[in-house]
Design a protein around this ligand. Structure first.
Ligand SMILES: CC(C)[C@H](C(=O)O)[C@@H](O)C(=O)O
Ligand code: SF4
Length: 417
């Protein structure tokens, strides 16, 4: 029977044919908990009478939102989670590896056809590896830690076919911002986005992670990129696995089918104060910026930093008066950037390069904005107060647009640099 990827994943994991709309109890292949939402999940696990977690090998623990501990409560959370990891035999990446969604992918903890949950809304990022990955609440995670399974309503899917070739200094972030503007912040609520088409299959894994990461910004439960050779190469380089076919059937029942051609796509910018308030960069060019943040689970990979460095070119310095914060998404990506000379390049140009963490992304640690200030950020959310003062403004863009804007101190089309 024809089926979407989401229906195929749940049918395989439940051992019977299931359709969108059915509520099923499905096994969980991996569960991610981090420093902010993990402690409550552990407490719920204990309240449920949990003594031993379902499988310590399938639990991924790390700290990334408030690291190094930026308050005594944050430090207490870290101690609490370390003790739980020791007690349960869970491998804890601690604060050494970086942002959860980058670490899960680069450590090979996500693979096609798996069901992965995490106590973070951007867990959908692992859809780039062909997994059905979704964020859940800490209470549900307490149940998962104990039972290794969870109730899901199998989501309907929106099939998104993307074709064409990106223009110069236009890429995955511009595509996903364009989709957010098109579909709307609640246009895919509780659905799965299923990405396919030539432009997706010529996109590198970094770009696919950027797209999957922001599925939640349209309300989607998951954002799955149809696995192909690039997917299997990426996963097989990180774990033993045998490839298999996993794709939505063209005649499966989709809630919607959308078709995009990126050939003439301009760099996109999400304008305060909503992620779906998206315009071509030309509409906001010239807007003065006080801070530019290049990083986050959306755009903190080596490829993202390289995209920014390419725009920076041989320029001596970023514009006076602009604070540029660059944060590689993980230790691995940091080392790649270091060895590739990118870190030195950013520091020479006047950037603050920080250790891998979430940083200014959610205004939880450092790099906060004062009232009236303007930030251009390569992250994924820009609601009021997201990066500090509720009277500050956050624009979202690609690394290329961020770098161009940091050079001129105002939002700038990277194609004009
Ligand atoms: C802190 C965490 C619960 C939150 C999320 O789930 O998305 C954060 O990562 C964010 O980006 O706002
Ligand atoms: S980098 Fe930002 S979006 Fe990603 S997990 Fe951290 S706070 Fe959330």
């Amino acid at each position: 029977m024809s089926a979407t990827i989401a229906e195929k994943v749940f049918s395989q994991r439940c051992g019977r044919s299931v359709r969108a709309g059915e509520v099923v109890m499905a096994p969980v292949d991996a569960a991610m908990i981090h420093d902010i939402t993990g402690p409550l999940a552990v407490r719920v696990f204990r309240e449920m009478g949990g003594e031993r977690v379902f499988d310590p090998e399938r639990i991924i623990m790390l700290f990334d939102h408030q690291v190094p501990a930026d308050s005594i409560p944050a430090a207490e959370n870290h101690v609490f989670m370390r003790r739980f990891a020791d007690e349960q035999g869970i491998h804890n990446y601690d604060l050494l590896e970086g942002v959860c969604h980058q670490v899960v992918m680069e450590k090979g903890r996500a693979a096609p056809g798996e069901i992965i949950v995490g106590t973070d809304s951007h867990t959908c990022t692992y859809g780039a590896a062909g997994a059905f990955a979704t964020g859940i609440g800490s209470t549900d995670m307490g149940f998962v830690l104990k039972f290794g399974a969870l109730y899901f309503r199998v989501p309907e899917s929106i099939r998104i076919e993307v074709e064409g070739a990106f223009g110069r200094r236009v890429g995955a972030k511009d595509l996903i911002l364009s989709l957010a503007g098109d579909i709307g912040a609640d246009g895919a609520t509780y659905m799965a986005l299923e990405f396919t088409g030539d432009a997706m299959h010529t996109m590198n894994m970094a770009g696919r992670m950027t797209c999957a990461n922001m599925a939640i910004e349209m309300g989607a439960k998951a954002g799955i990129v149809t696995p192909d050779a690039a997917t299997w190469d990426y996963v097989a380089a990180r774990r033993d696995i045998e490839p298999f076919d996993l794709a939505g059937d063209p005649d499966a029942e989709y809630r919607e089918r959308r078709h995009y051609d990126v050939t003439d796509l301009a760099p996109q910018v999400a304008v305060p104060h909503n992620v779906d308030n998206v315009v071509d960069v030309g509409k906001v060019a010239g807007t003065k910026v006080d801070q530019v943040f290049i990083g986050s689970c959306t755009n903190g990979r080596y490829e993202d930093l390289a995209e920014a460095a390419e725009v920076l070119g041989n320029a001596d310095r970023f514009a006076d008066g602009v604070r540029v914060i660059v944060i590689p998404a993980s230790r691995t990506e940091y080392l790649k950037a270091l060895r590739g000379g990118l870190i030195e390049r950013f520091v020479e140009a006047g950037a603050l390069v920080e250790a891998p963490c979430c940083g200014p992304c959610m205004g939880g640690a450092f790099g906060l904005l004062a009232p009236g200030e303007v930030s251009l950020s390569t992250s994924n959310r820009n609601f009021r107060g997201r990066q500090g003062s509720a009277q500050a403004s956050v624009y979202l863009s690609s690394p290329a647009t961020a770098a161009a804007s940091a050079l001129y101190g105002e939002i700038t089309d990277p194609r004009e640099v």
